[in-house]
Design a protein. Structure first.
Length: 266
């Protein structure tokens, strides 16, 4: 296996952190959610390699953050353009792309605007257009970020993402850790959060031509399970996988999630 690698690209838009792990012949690109605005993937190559080891045999995996120097008003389509520039800089011509939450919004635009780059597409706990639930959640997180309430964001995310057992563990963890990991600035988070409520690929989703898997949870309290269902119905030929009783954090709680994704991407 290749040694897990932490890298940074210098693009016209500025620096962009990425990691690489695994040693498979196929390439898989992961795009994380809005939490990337609080902490990029910098330094996480080894933890990701351990956490996502189900992918490491068949794939060489890259995970990309958004740029370090995001400008206010940057939307998910522009973030997809920046990601495309990163793929080109690394010579990655075609990959399976897995986008989670806001990462799934970016992945939609990558598949629409750069279909040559996307061999398979996995859209996890995400949406094709905003709904009232995500607007309310983002408004809440934005208010917390503007007050510098890092622990509040983390606790609220956990409360909305996990099953009751996992939530109890998270409450204890965040009370003990307090503000450990708090970013110096919430600017990137605020920009990324704003892009979630302006994301609207609805009219262009029919242009996605690659095999697509949409994964959702019936109890998703951030984007809703209905958002996953309508997204799958909108993309031609898309496969839908719904996890009963799980929510926005299903990719951490469903024991078969990454094996299911690996099988689809193979």
């Amino acid at each position: 296996m290749l040694k897990p690698y932490n890298g940074c690209l210098t693009l016209p838009t500025g620096g962009l952190d990425y990691i690489r792990f695994g040693s498979g012949e196929k390439t898989l690109v992961m795009i994380p959610g809005v939490g990337d605005g609080l902490k990029t993937v910098k330094g996480l190559a080894l933890p990701f390699a351990l956490l996502y080891r189900a992918l490491t045999k068949d794939f060489t995996v890259y995970a990309f953050s958004r740029g370090r120097d995001l400008k206010p008003g940057t939307d998910t389509r522009a973030m997809a353009e920046e990601l495309n520039a990163a793929l080109e800089a690394l010579g990655l011509s075609k990959a399976a792309v897995v986008g989670v939450s806001q990462g799934g919004m970016i992945a939609q635009w990558l598949a629409i605007d750069h279909p040559d780059k996307v061999e398979k597409l996995v859209l996890t706990v995400t949406l094709g257009r905003p709904n009232d639930t995500v607007r309310d959640v983002i408004a809440r997180w934005t208010g917390m970020a503007e007050r510098g309430d890092y622990r509040g964001i983390m606790l609220d995310t956990a409360e909305r993402s996990y099953s009751e057992k996992r939530i109890r563990q998270a409450r204890l963890t965040y009370r003990l850790l307090g503000n450990l990991g708090k970013p110096k600035s919430f600017e990137r988070f605020l920009i990324q959060a704003a892009s979630c409520v302006t994301h609207d690929a609805w009219e262009e989703l029919s242009r996605i031509a690659c095999p697509t898997l949409v994964v959702g949870g019936t109890d998703d309290r951030i984007v809703t399970g209905a958002a996953s269902e309508e997204l799958a119905a909108r993309i031609p030929g898309a496969e839908l996988k719904m996890y009963e009783g799980l929510g926005h954090g299903l990719y951490e709680e469903a024991p078969d999630f990454f094996e299911y994704v690996a099988a689809f991407c193979r």
